[in-house]
Write a protein that binds this ligand. Structure first.
Ligand code: NAD
Ligand code: UDP
Length: 326
């Protein structure tokens, strides 16, 4: 059945891929975004599709639209972006979630929350299962995001218990792929941009910390499968790739694929940087019949191709300006 679906943060990295998939499945998409980290470029290929609408709006303020489902993704995701205005980061998670839950309550519709592995903080349990309550510093620089997302989960479950709402909560682990912001400071985008420019690769700490990287197509498949589980299955469910690598291994892989002459240099480890992260995805396998299919090397190749195109386009623009000036 064709639905009209609200995607908050729809002009962002994951939101733009999700919007594309929902349109491909024959739905209408209302994309709501304030373009804090998202861009019109991410969705420009969707603008001619008359099933796609875009609304510039900050979800910290109430929103009145008539839709059949909500995916709530609006929130900056990279540490430099969410730490740029930490109060706003907490607001988008708390006030934004209240507004989107209010909208879903009024319309009596299903709502999905993009939660995060950051609710586990610097985990003392490895790999992380959904039953683990986490280890978060409430007053550190990452807390605006981690605690904001934890409070959003609390709100979702209170609306579920108090108002009998139909909620779906997924804890998303590190995701990468085309349309990541080239300057978002995340490790995949940083390393690829540095390698393509033959600049030093900035390894924070000694690079022994680990992450588990999920390609965006796999993530979007997991998100939509979670949304379409039977009523009553609320999650939270972990979505991520259980294949764990150290940051040094990631750096070596990117240097090898790009054939770059970059070398790795070491910089101080940011405060509260988690040491290890890997999802246990047994619940997603059982309930969604889902697991990632894209190997890290293949996903990184596709992401490198995307960044190469961006660099070419930027150089093309510069060349045009240069030509005009002459
Ligand atoms: P992103 O920064 O590319 O996208 C977030 C989008 O939300 C952007 O388009 C931004 O402009 C928009 N936005 C921010 N504040 C808003 C507001 N107040 N009102 C309306 N729009 C607003 O990040 P992403 O990587 O696509 O992440 C999407 C969601 O997934 C986020 O909720 C994030 O916390 C979650 N998540 C992402 C990852 C990851 O690795 N990418 C991991 C865990 C969780
Ligand atoms: N990192 C790094 N160099 C960079 C950017 C990040 O070594 O240029 C490290 C960072 O310290 C962390 C890991 O890579 O240990 C993942 O960082 P990212 O910001 O991508 O995601 P998160 O820490 O939120 O998982």
């Amino acid at each position: 059945m064709k639905k009209r679906i609200l995607v908050t943060g729809g002009a962002g990295f994951i939101g733009s891929h999700l919007s594309e998939k929902l349109l491909g499945d024959g739905h209408e998409v209302v994309c709501v975004d304030n373009f804090f980290t998202g861009t019109k470029d991410n969705i420009k290929h969707l603008l001619e599709n008359h099933n796609f609408e875009i609304v510039r709006h900050d979800i910290c303020f109430p929103l009145y639209v008539e839709v059949d489902e909500v995916y709530n993704l609006a929130c900056p995701a990279s540490p430099i972006h969410y730490q740029f205005d930490p109060v706003q980061t907490t607001k988008v998670n708390v006030l934004g979630s209240i507004n989107m839950l209010g909208l879903a309550k009024r319309l009596k519709i299903r709502i999905f929350q993009a939660s995060t592995s950051e609710v586990y903080g610097n985990p003392t349990v490895h790999p992380q299962t959904e039953t683990y309550w986490g280890h978060v510093n409430t007053i550190g620089p990452r807390a605006c995001y981690d605690e904001g997302k934890r409070c959003a989960e609390t709100l979702f479950f209170d609306y579920y218990r108090q108002h009998k709402m139909d909620i779906k909560v997924a804890r998303i682990f590190n995701t990468y792929g085309p349309r990541m912001h080239p300057n978002d400071g995340r490790v995949v985008s940083n390393f690829i941009m540095q390698a393509l420019h033959n600049k030093d690769i900035s390894v924070f700490g000694d690079g022994s910390q680990t992450r588990s990287f999920c390609y965006v197509d796999d993530m979007v498949e997991g998100i939509t499968r979670m949304m379409n589980t039977p009523k009553g299955f609320t999650g939270p469910v972990n979505l991520g790739n259980p294949s764990e690598v150290s940051i040094l291994e990631l750096g070596r892989l990117i240097i090898a694929i790009t054939g770059s002459s970059s070398r790795m240099i070491y910089k101080p480890l940011p405060q509260d940087d988690p040491e290890r992260r890997r999802p246990n995805i047994t619940l997603a396998q059982e309930k969604l019949g889902w697991e990632p299919t894209v190997a890290l090397e293949d996903g990184i190749r596709k992401t490198i191709e995307y960044f190469e195109e961006i660099i070419k386009a930027q150089e093309g623009k510069k060349a045009k300006v240069h030509f005009k000036v002459l």
